[in-house]
Ligand binder design. Structure first.
Ligand code: FRU
Length: 493
């Protein structure tokens, strides 16, 4: 049931007596709680925020509305990890409700300076006429983990030429200066990203708009991120309002990137190639990256989308984060791979080698609802090869390669409880024929598929019956050899 505006914009401290306990009870009864993904204790999770490394640990916050699955009063929920595999819940990171974030502590990022972890975020406010007034606010966490908000915003107004859709600062160090990119909407209702510079994180100067080759590309760009990888500059952002284009842009909003020569932070020139979607799955948005101390560029996304209802809503929770991924560049393209630290989560292992010819075969002993699986497929002349997982009864989630169209296909139309049918339940992308490697992370209600060592990724929620546990392989129109490895993952420990 949707909440009224008054119900949505309540702080956790304004919950009715017994409301939270009742909500928690509902959540505890949900059959779709995840085993090893970050998920909210109750309520709604959306964007990852403040992904960073500080005092020997990774910190990862997320947008959180504690009291329900609507997009209501947003907090930052805090989690941290020593190894990127096991995350500790640290409770509320940023609490909204101040004069500059009266209607939510919206998305932002983190950076270390002088022994503190600074959190730069958008304070969302609404006036009596319900007009938005965004502020860019600063808080810091000290060594004891105590988070303190500054009394005044560091950017108090929207520059001329832009609307009040102005949010999601992502900060980084560039030489002696700090830069931050902010998602913006021009007054002509087109999306863009603007840059600010600062010497001290306190005083920010508006540099201007990043000069991309995408002058009219959607009506708003949310959650921008800029980073350099090898010798290239990458602008990651979430354009809203793109039309679907065959296999591309089938989700309600997109997350993607452009790559070019590094951005000139003074002239804001940025010569880049075409916009590419980062993920081919159904549920992926608002990804944020960080630079790990060993130089790796890591990324986490929200396994969900705005304006989409999820089957867990009626159980009082919604949304989770993806596993951390490492980004690299291969032939001018972003490659995403699960971080190797995730191997720590592996429990019992199973392996099999099998040749199939015009058949589907169930892999006995390979059942599960939560596991990592690597399936390599080679030496075949089959027209169609792939696997079915979370299968049983009428249900199955299908991942396959179709040789006739040279496409990878993820089909969740029979995955269990259907959702978002308006955007379809099949996702496809092109891939040249050849050996195939499917690397899956299946959790109770999600799957992340890394194809050919991260060349393509499909990230999706699925809502199968707990009894749908089978794994089956198939080869049609010829034969193929399969090598399969599977590790159970039962929890974050
Ligand atoms: C993206 C987003 C951001 C905003 C946040 C609010 O999902 O809309 O633009 O800061 O979520 O929760």
């Amino acid at each position: 049931m949707k909440m009224t505006k008054e119900e949505k914009y309540r702080l956790i401290t304004q919950a009715k007596p017994g409301e939270l306990a009742e909500l928690q009870d509902k959540v505890n009864r949900s059959v779709w709680r995840q085993n090893y993904h970050i998920q909210p204790p109750t309520g709604l999770l959306n964007d990852p925020n403040g992904f960073s490394y500080y005092q020997g640990e990774y910190h990862l916050f997320y947008q959180w509305f504690p009291l329900g699955t609507d997009h209501g009063m947003k907090y930052w929920y805090h989690t941290k990890s020593a190894d990127l595999a096991t995350w500790d819940s640290m409770g509320i990171g940023l609490e909204p409700g101040g004069p500059y974030d009266s209607h939510g502590a919206y998305s932002g990022s983190a950076i270390e300076k002088d022994g503190r972890l600074y959190l730069l975020y958008t304070g969302n406010t609404r006036d009596e006429a319900w007009n938005r007034h965004p502020f860019q606010c600063l808080a810091y966490m000290n060594e004891s983990g105590f988070i303190n908000k500054l009394g005044q915003p560091v950017i108090s107004s929207v520059p001329p030429g832009y609307t009040d859709h102005f949010r999601d600062p992502k900060v980084w160090k560039s030489g002696d200066d700090y830069c931050c990119v902010i998602g913006a909407q021009r007054t002509d209702r087109t999306g863009s990203a603007v840059l600010y510079r600062s010497k001290d994180l306190l005083q920010w100067e508006f540099t201007g708009e990043i000069k991309t080759r995408l002058p009219r590309f959607g009506y708003m760009w949310e959650c921008p991120d800029y980073f350099e990888l090898d010798d290239s500059g990458v602008l990651l952002f979430c354009p809203q309002g793109l039309e679907a284009d065959e296999d591309r842009f089938n989700n309600i909003y997109q997350t993607g990137y452009v790559i070019g020569k590094p951005l000139n932070p003074l002239t804001l020139e940025f010569n880049h190639g075409p916009f590419e979607e980062l993920d081919r799955g159904f549920d992926f948005y608002a990804a944020q990256t960080m630079l790990a101390p060993d130089g790796r560029r890591l990324l986490v996304g929200w396994m969900g989308l705005p304006d989409v209802d999820y089957p867990t809503d009626e159980s009082g929770w919604s949304g989770c984060l993806t596993l951390p991924r490492q980004l690299t560049l291969r032939d001018g393209k972003l490659i995403q791979q699960p971080v190797p630290e995730l191997a720590k989560l592996r429990k019992a292992m199973h392996s099999a080698e099998i040749t199939l010819n015009n058949e589907t075969k169930r892999l006995n002993g390979f059942e599960g609802i939560s596991y990592e699986l690597i399936c390599e497929i080679a030496n075949g002349d089959a027209a169609e090869v792939g696997l079915e997982f979370r299968a049983g009864g009428e249900e199955k989630t299908v991942l396959k390669y179709d040789g006739a169209s040279n496409k990878l296909i993820l089909d969740r139309s029979l995955s269990g409880q259907v959702l978002g049918e308006i955007n379809g339940n099949i996702r496809r992308c092109r891939m040249a024929a050849g050996k195939l490697k499917f690397h899956l992370f299946v959790d109770v209600s999600s799957v992340e598929v890394f194809v050919n060592d991260g060349e393509e990724v499909f990230t999706s929620r699925i809502f199968p019956d707990p009894g749908s546990t089978e794994i089956r392989l198939f080869s049609y129109g010829g034969s193929a050899e399969f090598r399969v490895l599977k590790w159970d993952i039962t929890s974050m420990e």
